[in-house]
Ligand binder design. Structure first.
Ligand code: ZN
Length: 501
């Protein structure tokens, strides 16, 4: 009876395995690989992406999906089989739009571009990245032509990361946020002296930073028996299975925040990956619903929890024990304020919660206009700096601190950035819903106890893997569509108290 369905599962299982092996090679590129291996790794990635794409878009896959659709016609919408076939159909129709040679070339070009970007950033040499970036953008234009779009060419790329998201959607989300966020940041900036963050700018040995951060994320629920942490230029999370999840971080020996909050952040992604229902393992349904939903989990553990007062009432004494020379005379209140200092700064990943979305607005507008042909590649630094001045009030002194700071363009991730802001909004919307269901959660956090909160995220978000589209999942979990109200209320309440507004 279910021959086609079984054959489809097996075929897609092979595609998933190839994709996971490719992810392992890419993880190696960013964490362990000697620089001389760049070209060979690029070949490996190209072969793997070609193989998986060929299998994914083969006529045979299409026939199996069509036959399986008939077999699951009476299965309930939520069932594993119906979900698998539904998601397979969506992926197949999307992947069929891209020719295999384009996919392979993109993998090869971006694998090499990664090294170019690392060097360009190290040497603050944007011109050295221009040839790679130009090539990537040519490939992106071919991709857009293959996929098609209704209003703006950038829509075709946004949709890669958040199904159905358009430039107009992002514009309206930012317009809504801008109304309250810009005045809030301005009011805070006028009271900049109210918060002293010198306690976090001291010498903190790397090994102790690492041990403390890993201790915390173990308590959160990140399972080190099914995951590990390494170092990379740009922190990220990837997984090869729900039982093999890799997170990375970077250390600043003179600043506590990057590794500490970076580890909290990536552990949120990691726990989402580890939390897929075991029955989804090795299938296309394992993993997250979208990047925006993924980012809601990382921002939750990084900020809503990791930068909250209750959290530090429990963990600050332990941090003081870890760094007695640096922190024994710093009070909990002073430390809490220090980690929540709001200050327009250059680096997005190190930005505070209040200015973070302004960084995303910069990137979104630059990307959209580069893709739309309004900004030439060589003019990106100038456009970037102008937006930085407009939104953050500061101009980066170098491109390394400006348009070269992020890895995303080197892997062709145009359209990715807005998902960070979606994640911010959803992190608070989901947390508020969890607390409504379990009002003791804040008290539990103050006791260093996270199982109720993680349990709520597990059963409402994680276990579903990629079964539901993001809009569907959020509606199911919170009873309403994504909204900015909760997030702005959270920011205003928290920072009014810290800055005495
Ligand atoms: Zn993230």
């Amino acid at each position: 009876m279910s021959d086609s369905l079984d054959a489809l599962k097996s075929r897609l299982g092979d595609v998933v395995s190839l994709t996971n092996i490719q992810a392992l090679v890419e993880w190696d590129q960013q964490t362990q690989m000697p620089p001389g291996a760049a070209a060979s790794k690029a070949r490996h990635v190209e072969v793997l992406s070609k193989l998986s794409h060929e299998m994914e878009v083969a006529d045979e896959t299409g026939s199996l999906i069509a036959a399986a659709e008939k077999e699951v016609a009476s299965a309930t919408y939520d069932s594993f089989d119906a979900s698998l076939v539904r998601v397979a159909r969506r992926g197949y129709d999307r992947a069929r739009k891209l020719p295999t040679d384009l996919v392979a070339e993109m993998s090869r070009v971006t694998a090499m571009a990664h090294e170019d970007w690392v060097k360009a950033r190290q040497n603050d040499d944007f011109a050295a990245f221009v040839p790679s970036l130009t090539k990537i953008l040519e490939l992106k234009q071919r991709e857009i032509a293959c996929k098609g779009y209704k209003e703006h060419p950038y829509d075709a790329l946004l949709d890669n990361f958040e199904i159905g998201l358009t430039a107009a959607d992002v514009d309206s989300m930012f317009s809504e946020l801008r109304v309250e966020l810009v005045p809030l940041v301005k009011a805070i900036t006028e009271r900049a002296d109210a918060v002293d963050d010198s306690p976090v700018h001291q010498e903190f040995p790397e090994d102790k930073q690492r041990a403390f951060a890993e201790m915390v994320v173990s308590k959160y629920g990140f399972d080190f028996s099914r995951g590990r942490q390494d170092k990379s230029v740009h922190p990220f999370c990837t997984s090869f299975s729900r039982d093999d999840v890799r997170i990375t971080t970077r250390f600043d020996p003179n600043w506590l925040n990057p590794a500490l909050f970076g580890t909290f952040h990536e552990s949120g992604h990691g726990m989402y990956e580890q939390g897929s229902d075991p029955s989804l393992e090795g299938t296309i349904l394992c993993g997250g619903a979208s990047l925006g939903v993924h980012e809601s989990q990382s921002r939750l553990w990084e900020n809503v929890i990791g930068r909250s007062y209750p959290f530090w009432t429990h963990f600050y004494p332990k941090l003081q024990e870890t760094f007695p020379g640096q922190l024994k005379d710093v009070s909990l209140d002073a430390f809490y304020r220090a980690i929540n200092k709001v200050e327009p700064s250059f680096i997005r990943v190190e930005a505070d919660e209040a200015t973070y979305n302004l960084h995303i607005m910069i990137r979104f507008e630059v990307e959209r206009d580069v893709i739309g042909g309004k900004i030439a590649v060589k003019d990106i630094p100038e456009a970037w700096n102008a937006k930085s001045k407009e939104y953050l009030g500061i101009v980066p002194p170098s491109n390394a601190l400006g348009c070269l700071q992020d890895i995303h363009w080197s892997f062709g991730g145009f359209g990715y950035f807005p998902t960070y802001s979606i994640g911010n909004l959803l992190s608070v919307q989901l947390y508020d819903t969890a607390v409504k269901a379990h009002p003791a959660i804040p008290e539990e956090i103050a006791d260093g106890e996270f199982s109720t909160l993680l349990g709520w995220m597990r059963s409402n978000i994680h276990v579903h893997g990629a079964k539901y589209e993001p809009k569907e999942l959020i509606m199911r979990a919170t009873g309403e569509p994504m909204q900015s109200r909760s997030y702005m209320k959270y920011l205003k309440t928290k920072y009014s108290a810290i800055y005495g507004l």
